[in-house]
Design a protein around this ligand. Sequence first.
Ligand code: SAM
Length: 219
Amino acid sequence: EEMSKVLQENAILADIHLLQNGILDTVCKTSLDNGLPDIAITPAEGKFLQLVAKSIKAKMILEVGTLGGYSTIWLGRALPEDGELLTLEVDENHAKIARENLFLAGLSSKCKVVVGPAHDSMVNMKPEVPFDLILIDADKPSNTKYFKEAKRLVKSGGVIIVDNVVRHGRVADPTLSDPVLEGVRELLEMLKGDQDVEASTIGTVGEKGYDGFLFALRK
Ligand code: SAM
């Protein structure tokens, strides 16, 4: 309980000093201080995802790949009072840090971290209400199997976004191959003939270099 109080006080102070995005800055710092890799989405992507969620008035969001909860907070902040977000993470330590960060952001009641291999968690899900938005940002070789489950779990008219599908142009370079590139290519290949979604890939360039995301609309 004392820990909660300290965390909350820190959060309030951080907010006062760092204004609007105080918590997000704190969260980035906490994640790095705890040895989490620096592979979260960028602030611009976070804001974009938040705008997508708001545009479609997302009430139920699923995230695959939590890390320290940075993208979770951007998305969680788009939710209405009665909205919910589930985020799937295999690494216990990442999940622990994410829960602390979500607490700092005041999102503990809306955003739940589910620990375990994401594909198992997805397969076991039978949501009463389908998701409005699903973000896939975990182990890239599993992109295709996550996408297949995401299609089952998202509502008709819902959105699936997959991050890191360009990777400095490496995905499109046929001379290169590794499990991550193959994972992305397999997904893009599968989508060519996919009648269930309409999709496009948007290139991005920002502080983490040249990459892109896939935006799919479930029919
Ligand atoms: N979405 C996060 C953000 O932007 O703040 C970044 C997620 S990071 C790129 C990928 C995360 O997926 C890592 O925390 C990693 O532990 C997790 N991950 C890797 N394999 C996984 C699996 N099989 N199931 C669930 N999570 C997994």
